[in-house]
Design a protein around this ligand. Sequence first.
Ligand code: SF4
Length: 322
Amino acid sequence: MSARGLSLMSGGLDSQLAVKILQRAGAKVEGVCFSTPFFDCTSARKAAEALGVELHVIDFTDDEIKLLENPPHGFGGAMNPCIDCHATMIRRAGEMMAELGYDFVATGEVMGQRPMSQNKQALGVVEKSSGMKGRLVRPLSAKLLEPTIPELEGKLDREKLLDISGRCRERQIGLAAEFGIVDYPSPAGGCKLTEDGFSRKLRDLMEHEGLGNREMVELLLTARRFRLPGGTSVILGRDQAENALLKSKAHLGTLIAPVNCPGPTALIPAPLEQIPPDDLELAKRLVCAYSRSDRLPGDIELNLGPVARPYDRTPFKDFQLC
Ligand code: SF4
């Protein structure tokens, strides 16, 4: 009897190869993609369609936010809790495996491909922390690891699994050609949490407003952000779409927008009465400074009243661009 497995899919080449190798080893495979504001499953959907496998898309945001607040194995180079993130995804997939009566969970991990999160020790930690010992198959590096239960039971042909290790992509590229996989994104470092710039914004939000509000977390992906000297956050739209998005989030706090000329909408995630007066004044001046108007700020009418001072960029050295 053939094994049935649930394979984690990002849409990248390794996750597509994992599906193909498992199928060649005799397994029936479905995919699972864990979606967060930092990682969307568009590539995984495309890949699953091309491979002809069913894809389960699971919202992983709450799990990821808990890990960001307290990652047991710490962060990678940025705000990426990769070891715990992998382990939690595998544990969630394991719960689905048990519910749906599958035999194993698989990933496209390659031993030694990422120095921090995919070395032999990290793969062992992930297997142990996920509670999936013996039921976690890494088909690209399986022959370098202990045989798993479906292999020992003869439901998965170990001889057809591979022994790839290291960062060189030559074998994966050869396998892609062999399996006819032509559409795959170039290997990236991971999700948004691995990016330094994004991580700075996330850390700033964590330290000030916290990560408890999911809409605030999602807003990190758009708009300009400033942290004013009194601690106030200003989120400033960069185009019409972002201005409209910020207007739709008026329930999060206070909006400032020009009413008599084109310009950005600013969202301050605090009630008007709680914004320090100096910060409010600076926020108004930011809106004026970024407005596309020849008018002086004193002539620009805002929905919070006219800005009294003349146009002057010098105070902007006080702003911290997050
Ligand atoms: S790159 Fe992002 S999604 Fe991938 S394991 Fe790391 S934190 Fe999780």
